[in-house]
Design a protein around this ligand. Structure first.
Ligand code: SF4
Length: 407
């Protein structure tokens, strides 16, 4: 077993710990925001920003989600809707969260304002409205057009209007007037961090890839919760330097890889280690994913802060048509020299599962890249059969290896 390790992981733990503790300071105003929501605009008003989806992932990764989901079900939330939503609400109702044990926090920080963007799903609107009702807290939403082949200027104009409608509410809650220069600064920092994150992911174009999809799900923490800050930018500069050095020195997480795999869909948070070990023990390097790439917002432009953020947040993969998604996947296959794709058909997230309308078959027919669909869930492990998934994945990887040897 290789002793390869990304050393910047220690810094990541420190950065994330500092972030969570900063939310507990009792001083600054707190805004809650969806993970691909208008975080930059909120930061420009001086809000500290908290992301309930990140908390959902934490509940999944610590395998505590299933203790909390029944509590939300008792309140009328179906056990078949987004398990981030049900785990997060259940955890809140029970006042039991890993934030207490890991970061010494009392719980999720109380919101002064809640903001969401339905570019990823409508579930976030219901989820966040639950809290707005509970805390009697102002709530603002962006509802962009969805499932587009192309994002035209008309759609961008509509979303800009929605962004601008947030401003009076933000001014009222924060007590600060909107400052265009401050918004531009945050967009610039966000763009710099997101481009560094993109470069981090692209280091795994190298044959001996230095960062796997599974590592990426851990290292993406700062680009989710701290984009728009200097801290995130500095973090990705450090991580990129280490990974580029590793590429230069031919160091990677699986030097003997015999196949390169693309992961499509959500992580199975409670099984990250098991999945990572499974692919590695079968000499398969999972080098790229739609999930980690979802926080690359290369359209940000500080000279056009409203237009570019409206476009960046509307053009994301999850918000696009099947046709547009297939074009993006084809480009990633080429770029990362992919041998096979694994689709995680996530039981409670219809929105981030792309194996339901024939995409695996169509894409394999067009590209020749073989595909496998496994069933599971982001947080609720009752929907995941470990034995069955191992058998399917091992068989799939064997087939890829056999077909490569036959060439
Ligand atoms: S995209 Fe899926 S996992 Fe994320 S909040 Fe929406 S339903 Fe939940």
């Amino acid at each position: 077993m290789s002793d390869y390790r990304i050393k910047t992981t220690d810094l990541m733990k420190q950065v994330m710990g500092d972030y969570f503790r900063s939310l507990d300071n009792g001083g600054k105003k707190i805004a809650w925001c969806t993970s691909v929501g208008p975080a930059e605009l909120l930061r420009s008003f001086g809000f500290e920003v908290y992301f309930p989806e990140n908390h959902g992932a934490l509940l999944g990764a610590t395998r505590t989600a299933m203790d909390h989901i029944p509590e939300a079900v008792k309140c009328g939330f179906s056990g078949h809707i987004c398990s981030y939503t049900t785990a997060d609400i259940g955890s809140f109702l029970k006042n039991d969260t890993p934030l207490q044990k890991h970061y010494g926090m009392e719980g999720a920080p109380r919101p002064d304002l809640i903001a969401y963007n339905t570019n990823q799903c409508r579930e976030v609107e219901d989820w966040f409205n639950f809290y707005a009702d509970h805390f009697k807290c102002p709530i603002v939403g962006i509802q962009p057009p969805r499932y587009l082949d192309e994002v035209s200027d008309d759609e961008v104009k509509l979303v800009i209007k929605q962004f601008k409608k947030m401003i009076p509410v933000c001014e009222n809650v924060s007590g600060q007037k909107f400052d265009l220069d401050s918004f531009k600064d945050v967009i610039r920092l966000s763009k710099e961090a997101t481009l560094l994150w993109q470069k981090v992911l692209k280091t795994s174009i190298a044959q001996n890839a230095p960062i796997s999809f599974f590592d990426g799900t851990i290292h993406m923490g700062p680009i989710v919760v701290l984009r728009g800050t200097q801290v995130a930018k500095d973090y990705y500069r450090t991580l990129l330097t280490e990974l580029e050095d590793n590429v230069a020195n031919n160091l990677g997480f699986l030097p003997q890889a015999t196949s390169r795999i693309f992961w499509e869909g959500m992580p199975i948070w409670g099984k990250l280690r098991m999945m990572s070990d499974l692919f590695v023990s079968n000499n398969a390097a999972v080098v790229a994913s739609t999930y980690c790439s979802s926080w690359v917002f290369d359209q940000f432009d500080e000279n056009h802060p409203f237009e570019s953020s409206a476009r960046a947040y509307t053009e994301i993969f999850i918000n696009r048509s099947e046709k547009a998604k297939m074009e993006m996947l084809k480009a990633w296959f080429e770029e990362y020299n992919i041998d096979g794709i694994v689709y995680h058909d996530t039981k409670t997230c219809f929105n981030n599962s792309n194996a339901k309308f024939g995409m695996p078959q169509r894409l394999t027919k067009e590209t020749g890249i073989p595909s496998l669909v496994i069933e599971g869930d982001l947080c609720d492990l009752r929907f995941f059969s470990e034995g069955q998934s191992i058998t399917k994945i091992e068989t799939f990887l064997e087939q890829i290896e056999d077909s490569k040897m036959a060439v």
